[in-house]
Design a protein around this ligand. Structure first.
Ligand SMILES: *[C@@H]1O[C@H](CO)[C@@H](O)[C@H](O)[C@H]1NC(C)=O
Length: 496
């Protein structure tokens, strides 16, 4: 095995050194470039069975992703799930790999009759009952000596099969967990198993932390945010915030799994979440204008998500108040049904109300300069007071509403997409440039007069102004905005 690894490593290195020039591969997701791609790394082919059909994926793997050498993470097969093959010659991934042979008793590729279904459901339930009864008996018998061991048993990965029955989709899994568990998501070992059986498909974004990919898990799409190992703290923080109990909400991006695969020399950090094909609100508004109904849906759902994030729920099944601190149209996703999902919680802070403290020392000025509230720009924000962070979020929400309202199509008129303050500051403005405009000159994005002639735009304009007060405490709350917009959606007969 060791020799095999060394040989493989040599082949990779030789290919990289000798080649120098780029490698051409077949690519199943590259319509635009004639189903081909170019890479400095390897060609990859992967075959798996999805809903009874054999699927072939062929992609390029960049050299920087060929880690660890010998057995790159991206080139691994998973027994019974997918066959993967990496190679280093032009179009060498044109091969048709054999589909993985399902493991014994593995029915997820076939169709099930009612008898099998009953057996599959009743079997584990019966087993679980027996195990539980045995467990209860043992527990009582050894109560004192066992209190420590027992916790470890719960985390034992051999329980995988209870959660990962092969016919379950992610939605089922997450639903199971949020109704029976703590409401914070899948247990860690399930997250790990899910993450390690995802097939990456195409890159859909790049950010300061790393990359975002679209991946497949059991035939469904998922989004995978891959952090560079330098960004371990951001990865950990974002995973931690997403797993705050009771955070799940229709208008907050659905978290699925976090995984860190450590090979001794190198760590691959993944954050897996729901996938939304429309992408961010920023992309969406750039492509499409919206109707009045569409605008109300986007605005109300964003306010609902933010209200849930901000809200503190008391009790054992409660949640702490959370402030986002980097709200902007690029960090809000648009779902298929035209509603928003708030994403990118990596900079968020949580409020511990019992001790009235904030869970991490918040550094002064994080987030995106263009969306920073006046008190953040001039550093007068009171960081000991959690509500100040909520007020700063509201200011940013007002800017997002302005971006949406400009794209609202009324009587054939809508404006082109623009970022807030596009006419007052250069692209990528400095803090100083923003401070001059927002604090010294007290300027805000322009709310055109003609908005007054349409009830919904009039209401949106009024909300924006009340989000933009220089005094944070005078701004509306997310809950108030949500109520105002709910009323508007009723008046305008919008079906939510
Ligand atoms: C791979 O690409 C080559 C060159 O474009 C093409 O001839 C071949 O048919 C492709 N293979 C598959 C399986 O698409």
């Amino acid at each position: 095995m060791a020799l095999y690894q060394i040989v493989l490593t040599l082949v990779v290195l030789l290919a990289l050194v000798a080649g120098g020039s780029a490698l051409q591969c077949n690519c199943t997701n590259c319509e635009r470039t004639g189903f081909e791609c170019e890479t400095d790394g390897a060609c990859m082919a992967s075959t798996f069975i999805s809903q009874g059909k054999e699927e072939h994926v062929r992609i390029c793997i960049a050299r920087e992703h060929l880690v660890p050498p010998g057995q790159p993470f991206y080139c691994l097969s998973a027994e019974g799930l997918l066959n993967t093959h990496c190679c280093y010659e032009d179009y060498c991934n044109s091969v048709d790999l054999k589909a993985p042979v399902p493991r014994k008793g593995d029915g997820w590729s076939g169709t099930w009759g009612p008898v099998e279904l009953v057996a599959v459901i009743a079997g584990p339930v019966f087993l679980m009952c027996v195990v539980l009864m045995g467990g209860v008996f043992l527990f009582q018998y050894h109560q004192r000596a066992y209190s420590h061991r027992q916790r470890l048993d719960v985390e034992d990965p051999s329980c995988d099969h209870l959660y990962l029955a092969k016919d379950k989709t992610l939605q089922d899994l997450i639903y199971d967990m949020s109704t029976s568990g703590s409401g914070s998501g899948l247990p860690l070992f399930v997250q790990r198993t899910v993450a390690r059986t995802i097939v990456l498909q195409e890159i859909i974004g790049k950010g300061r932390f790393g990359e975002v990919w679209r991946g497949k898990w059991r035939g469904g799409d998922v989004a995978v945010k891959i952090f560079s190992s330098r960004e371990e703290r951001s990865w950990f923080r974002e995973a931690e915030i997403y797993q705050t109990i009771m955070l799940r909400h229709d208008n907050i991006l659905g978290f699925i799994a976090a995984d860190n695969k450590d090979n001794g020399t190198w760590t691959q950090l993944w954050l897996v979440s729901d996938y939304h094909e429309h992408g961010s609100l920023f992309d969406y508004l750039n492509h499409y204008s919206v109707t009045i109904e569409g605008m109300i849906k986007l605005a109300l759902s964003a306010a609902s998500g933010l209200a849930h994030l901000h809200m503190e729920i008391l009790g054992t099944q409660g949640k702490p108040g959370i402030a986002h601190r980097d709200l902007k149209s690029k960090n809000i996703l648009v779902k298929k049904n035209g509603m928003c999902a708030i994403a990118d919680l990596g900079l968020a802070v949580r409020h511990e109300s019992i001790t009235d403290t904030i869970d991490i020392a918040p550094n002064q000025r994080v987030g995106t300069k263009r969306y920073m509230a006046p008190e953040v720009l001039d550093e007068t924000i009171n960081m000991k007071h959690f509500d100040s962070f909520k007020c700063a979020d509201i200011y940013a929400l007002g800017l997002v509403y302005w971006e949406v309202a400009r794209r609202c199509n009324t009587g054939g008129i809508h404006e082109e997409y623009q970022l807030p303050y596009f006419d007052l500051v250069p692209s990528d403005p400095s803090i100083e440039e923003m401070r001059k405009v927002v604090c010294d000159q007290r300027l805000r994005p322009n709310v055109p007069n003609w908005w007054q002639s349409y009830e919904s735009l009039r209401v949106m304009g009024k909300i924006m102004r009340e989000c933009w007060y220089a005094n944070g405490a005078a701004r509306l709350t997310a809950l108030r905005i949500k109520k105002t917009l709910s009323q508007l959606s009723v008046d305008e007969d919008v079906k939510m």
